[in-house]
Design a protein around this ligand. Structure first.
Ligand code: 5GP
Length: 201
């Protein structure tokens, strides 16, 4: 499971989308949230939109791998699709905040790879937030304040990408994915291969 976290408008969503275009085998972990859909978002594709009652029920039934409150709304990662993907040997990517990333590391250990995306400067982060125009001014102020808190979490992550240039960041992300796929403990077929090789020598 490849997890991306970042302060708002660091470019994480674009990076994720482009990574998935480059690597057609990646699945996306669709989060559950109590926040209303934004224009252009689709239920089940971008997020699963639920009310607070349903969210609480999912927490109660342990249907979420992690959950957190971000900007007053609840977000969580459904357990089923992640476990199904990993059991089938498929990689899944997720976009969660720093609280979620920490919970995933605690519960899943090194089945998750944590990547933190940083904006190159505060000015650039502000510019991207304004350009996106998706938020009310008070939400935007809260996002900026929260960005400062999120930044403090950078040392909990395995990798950090400073997103100066989309192409270079994407190359970095692909390199992380490639290297992590080559980790000995993830190549479950190695034992048999080595045995066969040794037998044939
Ligand atoms: P947005 O509402 O802008 O899509 O997301 C707001 C924040 O919630 C972002 O920092 C995003 O990473 C985080 N987020 C989205 N889905 C999840 C999730 O399933 N779990 C957690 N912990 N955070 C999430």
């Amino acid at each position: 499971m490849l997890v991306l976290s970042a302060p708002s408008a660091a470019g994480k969503t674009t990076l994720l989308r482009r990574l998935m275009e480059r690597d057609g085998t990646l699945e996306f972990s669709v989060s559950v949230t109590t926040r209303p859909p934004r224009p252009g978002e689709r239920d089940g594709r971008d997020m699963h939109y639920v009310d607070r009652g349903r969210f609480a029920e999912m927490v109660e039934r342990r249907e979420l791998l992690e959950h957190a409150t971000v900007f007053g709304n609840a977000y969580g990662t459904p357990r089923g699709p992640v476990e199904a993907a990993l059991e089938a040997g498929r990689d899944i990517v997720a976009d969660v905040d720093c609280q979620g990333a920490r919970q995933l590391r605690a519960s899943m250990g090194h089945d998750v790879v944590l990547v933190f995306v940083l904006p190159p400067s505060a000015a650039e982060l502000r510019r991207r937030l304004v350009a996106r125009g998706a938020d009310e001014p008070d939400v935007m102020r809260r996002r900026l304040a929260d960005a400062a808190n999120e930044l403090a979490q950078w040392q909990s992550f395995d990798y950090v990408i400073v997103n100066r240039d989309l192409g270079a960041s994407l190359d970095g992300l692909e390199a992380i994915l490639a290297a992590e796929r080559l980790r000995r403990e993830r190549q479950v077929e190695l034992r048999g291969l080595v045995r066969t090789l040794a037998g044939d020598l």
